[in-house]
Design a protein around this ligand. Structure first.
Ligand SMILES: *Cc1c(COP(=O)(O)O)cnc(C)c1O
Length: 349
């Protein structure tokens, strides 16, 4: 990589701190959710890091992501795919791979293809409409389970960022369903994602499934001050030009860009080709503890309106203030971090 490229600096100790902190806090085992390239932190390195620390359970959303972990050839780990995949052979070939079953039809189909139920987790849906077996199908589900005397690896539901009352209600309903289906049929029980970890007890569950909290990416309303953020996106100022010498900034006529009182334009090496979306235009960056606006984003580089205090080679940080970035972009932090692609190197310190 060039010296002026942007990189995501990942603080390993903060991920490990969060891991141990959450495990102690809930006194449950952790399924580390590392989908979307570990929320942008780099799936392979994060898995290896957590495995060294004793984590043996990882969850992803895609076959592609499961294969990335399988290719690391780590011993004694389990990989759970949260979506239902078509390639059932992959499950048969890899006994340490598990999959969530997201509907009754999927269950029937998967069992008919001779996949071991011990590699499956049943997901119960309570109206988020995303994934899962509906409550109305529970009677049929119970019948199948009892007829075939099936035992599964796990059962789960998803406590998405619903409000507190909803979460409590879902927790109760889920508990009743597990009882009805037979608790002894499930080796593990898990309901809580990050929001659920902060908000509810997780009665009778054995594991927590955490993604964002592990990386210190917190949501408003579900905030724990002991959790530490792990990433920093930073680069160097590549070049500086005086505004009066320019007609265009990037492809934009300079009159069309709001530069406020700044007289200079600094170039940086990050653009939408790296996953730094054009929507981030006008976001604030930090250079030498001062805020400056990113006024234009192109494929390979972007431009920041700066003043005389900024010099070539100075460090610039983007997404420094997560809440400000969330407000500016109108999307959650999971999105803008996880879309930064492999053109941005991850450096682990
Ligand atoms: C993504 C996901 C998680 C992790 O959610 P966070 O809010 O990042 O902790 C947990 N469970 C399921 C089913 C998921 O899809």
């Amino acid at each position: 990589m060039g010296v002026n490229d942007f990189k995501i600096i990942v603080k390993k100790e903060n991920i490990l701190h969060n891991y141990h902190y959450l495990q102690k806090l809930k006194n449950k085992r952790i399924i580390a959710v590392v989908k979307a390239n570990a929320y942008g932190h780099g799936i392979e390195n994060v898995v290896k890091l957590l495995k060294r620390e004793g984590c043996e359970y990882f969850a992803v959303a895609r076959e592609y992501e499961a294969k990335k972990i399988l290719n690391l050839k780590l011993k004694n780990i389990r990989i759970l795919i949260l979506e239902t995949i078509e390639n059932l052979e992959l499950l048969k070939e890899n006994p340490n791979l598990e999959m969530v079953v997201n509907s009754l039809d999927d269950l029937k189909n998967i069992l008919s293809k001779d996949v071991l139920s011990e590699q499956l987790h049943l997901k119960i849906d309570f109206g988020f409409g995303r994934n899962g077996i509906f409550e109305k199908d529970i009677d049929d589900l119970e019948k199948i389970l009892k007829e075939k005397n099936l035992k599964f690896k796990g059962i789960l539901t998803h406590l998405f960022a619903a409000d507190y009352e909803d979460m409590i209600e879902i927790e109760k309903k889920f508990e009743l369903i597990v009882k009805r289906l037979g608790k002894e049929r499930f080796e593990i029980i898990h309901t809580q994602n990050s929001a659920g970890i902060i908000s509810i007890e997780g009665k009778d569950t054995t594991h927590i499934r955490c993604g964002t909290l592990l990386f210190g990416l917190q949501e408003i309303g579900y905030y724990d001050p002991k959790i530490k953020r792990a990433f920093k996106l930073s680069g160097k100022i590549l070049g500086i030009k005086d505004l009066k010498d320019l007609k265009y900034i990037g492809y934009e006529k300079k009159e069309l860009i709001n530069l406020e009182k700044n007289t200079k334009i600094a170039k940086i090496r990050i653009g939408y080709g790296d996953g730094f979306s054009k929507r981030s235009e006008n976001i604030m960056s930090i250079i030498n503890n001062k805020k400056f606006k990113v006024v234009h984003i192109s494929m390979d580089s972007s431009f920041v309106a700066v003043d005389d205090s900024v010099k070539i080679g100075d460090e610039i940080e983007i997404f420094h203030d997560l809440q400000e970035s969330i407000n500016h972009l109108g999307v959650p932090h999971y999105e803008f971090l996880s879309v930064l692609n492999e053109r941005i190197e991850r450096e682990y310190i």
